[in-house]
Design a protein around this ligand. Structure first.
Ligand SMILES: *[C@@H]1O[C@H](CO)[C@@H](O)[C@H](O)[C@H]1NC(C)=O
Ligand SMILES: *[C@@H]1O[C@H](CO)[C@@H](O)[C@H](O)[C@H]1NC(C)=O
Length: 964
């Protein structure tokens, strides 16, 4: 039996779940990546390697304000090819380095940054570049300790802090911007820049070989499988090495299924043999530990050490491969190889993680503040098959007292997969169905993909065709045709500005002159899938690279940016449906830097395995530090039928993900939470309720990220940047600034787990009030982790606001009272925040919200717990995008919830039983259970003081006096 079962495991299971690796290129199968890696290999072999790129000293031109400079760059191998360099320092200290070919045969794609950035950054008025015979340099920063040095020969750019190199561009001499050339025919291989004198030609050609290689590897055509990429522009790739000589850890560059602390791809013990790839792709049954590309790309990388954090954003839209190596434990080398585009690198000087997030989000925008309901539970499946099915699922949730906010419809709602058009056989009454869902404060999300069925009886296709906004085949003459869910399909080219207003008009719910979506409601929200784009019969399941977009750009130039435009336009469309606009919700699968401004993402088609559950936690964390916090993975796993234990653990992961959605493939068994047997069903109910009770914490964390860019989920290095013990941790994390430390269980049969505490502080188990004391150099503690609980602790010093009345939807919690958990720290103090607004409109931008701070502090031996108006103290920081000088504590929203109370205050870790607990001289009802005090080193159950119904409002100022 044993032999048989292990035989089954080895053969049948991997066969059922296996990525079709052959569908996707390795570096060795992508000519430009091969060339880039070969360049790096030649550099490593040669002692005398020197970058051929240098700045012409006579060309350096500093701007009149001295804040930026331009210079001519040339390569010693091609003296007649010209490049320009532009270096500038922004007012927040970010350095932007741009290089492009000038007067070339063609133009390189230079618009990637324009899609990612929210605005053209302002140049610092304080930076003054000083030009010398060998370099240009500038010193700046609050302490005047940052120095940027651009050396001429070879060209390098180095950012120093306190004299220590932080970021080095071209330090290894791997910069190579392949210039445009004409295709040499037959024997004749004269270089375009052939100098007059023949002997020089020979020398040049020979010299080029050491740098560019002996042959023109894949310059003019490239085959992969049955596809041929015609490459009409020839070679135009870009290679640059970016090194962090004093940082031993790098994080970021989502999306890959691997660890947070990026494993190496080069060096003796490289974890992966291929570089990390960024090329948005629909990877069927992807691997749980791999550098392969997935659905989205954010070319943003943090480099971290106990001394500082720095980061770079490489604004490129074409396929990019990134090698990562550690020449020593305290340094990192990276090598970025892109297929096309200009060099446009932003160097973020930090020096703290919070500084880096501020610098990055100042460039690409902070995450939008989502609608409050969007943080609740989403129920999805491919597919709820009819309007009665949707009603039935809703009924079952209600009958089982399980909260849910959103029901989702996958592609089968649409007749022949013509999105927007209902299949009336199964959805005869879509608007009535939606109203039935909306009656309980719920919403629906419906899928709209970017491929259009090519049939003239589909108004969306017909209008797009007539408007001339479809992507073109190679050559740019004909509309491209490919195969997707809807069969023979065409793709909208969102790079064409004519598509923008037209796309928005489709979502209008009222009848107009043209087609609009009258069979929908303003409570219907959108899911944009397949926007990499996914094309079933295309190379690597995507679009041919030589397809042509607006402006004549090839698909290869903009591939990684493609998805964000649809996301952007759909989110704008939802806002323009109503006047005044309501907050949009759009889920996207494909993404790029800046996507955080438009909605949520998920990690795509994961597998129902423990490995995928575990890597999903890491992927969501990486997305959070990639600036895109509103992330989640499919609860339950998209493929497969998880056993009950696995499904329960997956909900444990989901309730602690910013985006919380259950989803399942069409071939899987139904697995809505009410279908499970006991005890699993009751456990799921309580997990769902736990998520709902913590919605105030989530919403407050989203307010923070929408203002500061600090992620909603924070790995240890973000919160404790000096604590080396936490630098590689990626299975536990903090939720916003709330003080909640979470470690979801992603293994079978677990009953307890170890949680790392990074500091000499007390942490309390959320369920049992057990007090654990950390240590200044870090300490692991063992925490119970039975199936009915997700291990999570409240950091001493936090006050956590919750709402604990079970409801069917979050909308029905609007007037529910609050509980405050006051977790005293070792000094007997605590503080926490609560942000609330109407959750749906933009009235918070007119000052209609509350932002409270709760503070518990010692006064002599007594404890005072008070509520203060944080918005009045820090109006400029209160909400996204708008400085609120006119904030008024008595605003309409605050008035609207004036009767919402605090119904309970629970204090952990008080040292002795109080003599009295009062508000305004009136004694309150309270209970005290003795236990461990916050200021002792003992482990055990903390003392608990429960103050019942203190008679205070959540939006007003008050003070509770606990006399000890
Ligand atoms: C995308 O959204 C931004 C707002 O963040 C807007 O300014 C920009 O014009 C949009 N891009 C497109 C293609 O519509
Ligand atoms: C905590 O546990 C991890 C994993 O076993 C271990 O690597 C680490 O050294 C431990 N940390 C401390 C401070 O004991």
């Amino acid at each position: 039996m044993r032999a048989l079962s292990s035989f089954l495991l080895l053969t049948i299971v991997p066969a059922a779940f296996a990525v079709k690796s052959q569908d996707f290129k390795t570096c060795a199968q992508a000519a430009f990546c091969r060339r880039g890696r070969a360049l790096s290999a030649r550099a490593q072999e040669s002692q005398a390697w020197k970058s051929p790129y240098s700045v012409d000293p006579s060309s350096v031109a500093v701007s009149p304000e001295q804040a930026s400079f331009v210079a001519a760059v040339k390569s010693s191998l091609y003296p007649n090819i010209k490049f320009s360099l532009d270096v500038r320092v922004h007012d927040d200290g970010v350095v932007r380095v741009r290089m492009d070919e000038v007067d070339g045969l063609r133009k390189r794609y230079d618009e990637a940054a324009s899609w990612a950035l929210t605005a053209e950054p302002t140049i610092s008025p304080d930076v003054k570049w000083a030009v010398s015979k060998k370099d240009v340099r500038a010193t700046y920063g609050a302490k005047n300790d940052i120095e940027v040095v651009v050396s001429y020969d070879p060209l390098t750019v180095i950012l120093y802090r306190g004299g220590k190199a932080q970021v080095v561009l071209n330090g290894r001499g791997l910069l190579h911007m392949e210039h445009f050339r004409t295709k040499a025919t037959g024997e004749e291989k004269a270089p375009v820049d052939a100098p007059a004198d023949d002997s020089q030609v020979v020398m040049q050609v020979n010299n080029r070989a050491w740098f560019e290689g002996e042959e023109e590897d894949g310059f003019w055509e490239e085959k992969f499988g049955s596809w041929t990429d015609s490459k009409p522009k020839g070679p135009e790739s870009l290679s640059i090495d970016i090194n962090f000589p004093n940082h031993g850890h790098v994080y970021g560059i989502p999306q890959h299924a691997t660890r947070l602390d990026l494993p190496t791809t080069t060096g003796e013990n490289a974890h992966f043999s291929d570089p990390y790839r960024l090329y948005n792709a629909d990877v069927f049954e992807y691997l749980a530990d791999s550098p392969m590309s997935l659905y989205g790309s954010i070319p943003f990388m943090h480099a971290h050490s106990a001394e500082s954090t720095v980061a770079i954003f490489n604004a490129v839209g074409s396929e990019t491969w990134i090698d990562v190596g550690h020449p020593s434990a305290t340094s990192t080398e990276t090598h970025w190889i892109s297929e096309s585009g200009i060099l446009d690198v932003f160097i973020m000087p930090g020096p703290t993680p919070a500084d880096v997030f501020a610098q990055y989000t100042r460039l690409t925008g902070t995450p939008a503040l989502p609608a409050h309901w969007a943080l609740a539970y989403h129920q999805c499946r491919w597919n709820y098959i009819s309007s009665d099915d949707v009603r039935d699922v809703q009924r079952r949730f209600d009958a089982e007292d399980m909260p849910v906010d959103v029901f989702w419809l996958d592609i089968e709602y649409a007749e022949e997969h013509k999105y927007f058009i209902w299949d009336k056989k199964t959805f005869p009454d879509p608007v009535d169905m939606m109203h039935d869902v909306e009656a309980i404060g719920r919403k629906m999300v419906v899928i709209i993909d970017p491929h259009l069925k090519r049939t003239d009886d589909y108004p969306v296709y017909k209008e797009a065709k007539e408007l001339g906004v479809l992507v073109k085949s190679p050559g740019g003459e004909n509309n491209y045709e490919g195969w997707c869910w809807s069969g023979s399909s065409a793709w909208i080219d969102f790079f064409n500005p004519s598509s923008w207003d037209w796309w928005k008009s489709l979502f209008i719910t009222e009848q107009g002159d043209k087609w609009s979506w009258t069979e929908s409601t303003v409570d219907t929200y959108i899911w944009n899938d397949m926007n990499e784009p996914s094309i079933f019969n295309g190379p690597e399941i995507s679009m041919p690279r030589d397809n042509v977009h607006h402006g004549g750009w090839e698909h290869r130039d903009i591939h990684n940016i493609n998805g964000v435009l649809l996301h952007n336009l759909t989110s704008q469309a939802l806002m323009s449906r109503t006047d005044p606009p309501r907050r949009p919700f759009v889920l996207t699968r494909s993404f790029y830097a800046g996507s955080q401004r438009f909605g949520a993402m998920w990690t795509g088609d994961n597998l129902g395995t423990w490995e995928h559950m575990a890597v999903g936690v890491k992927m969501v964390l990486v997305n959070n530090i990639g600036g895109f916090s509103f992330a989640g993975s499919d609860v339950g796993g998209f493929f497969g039928n998880p056993e009950p234990e696995m499904l329960v653990r997956w909900y444990g992961v989901g309730i602690f993900s910013p985006f919380f959605r259950a989803h399942a493939h069409i071939d899987t068994k139904r697995r809505e939470p009410y279908l499970l047997d006991e005890p699993y069903k009751s456990i799921l109910r309580s997990l769902l309720r736990l998520r709902y009770s913590l919605l105030p914490v989530w919403y407050t964390a989203f307010r923070e990220t929408s203002v500061t860019g600090l992620p909603v989920l924070r790995p240890h290095w973000v919160v404790f940047p000096k604590d080396e013990g936490g630098f590689s941790l990626d299975d536990q994390y903090f939720l916003g600034s709330s003080g909640l430390l979470v470690k979801p269980i992603t293994d079978k049969g677990v009953t307890e787990t170890s949680i790392y505490l990074p500091e000499d502080q007390v942490y309390y188990d959320y369920y049992s009030y057990e007090a654990y004391r950390g240590a200044s150099k870090g300490k692991n503690v063992t925490v119970p982790a039975a199936l009915d609980r997700v291990p999570f602790l409240v950091r001493g010093g936090s006050i956590v606001p919750t709402r604990e009345r079970p409801r069917r939807s979050s909308m029905l919690m609007k007037r529910d009272p609050f509980t405050l958990r006051v977790a005293l720290d070792t000094s007997g103090a605590a503080a926490g925040e609560l942000y609330l607004d109407d959750g749906e409109t933009f009235s918070h931008r007119d000052g209609k919200f509350i932002w409270r701070k709760f503070v518990a502090s010692k006064q002599h031996k007594d404890l005072r717990i008070k509520s203060v108006d944080l918005a009045a103290q820090r109006p400029g920081e209160a909400v996204d995008g708008v400085a609120l000088s006119n904030y008024n504590g008595a605003n309409d929203f605050a008035k609207d919830i004036a009767t919402v109370r605090v119904e309970r205050v629970v204090v952990f870790g008080l040292s002795t039983k109080p003599k009295s607990v009062q508000v305004g001289g009136k004694e309150l009802y309270w209970e005290y259970t003795p236990g461990v005090a916050s200021d002792t080193k003992k482990q055990g159950t903390a003392s608990v003081l429960v103050i019942k119904d203190p008679g205070v409002g959540v939006s007003s100022d008050w003070e509770i006096a606990v006399q000890v």
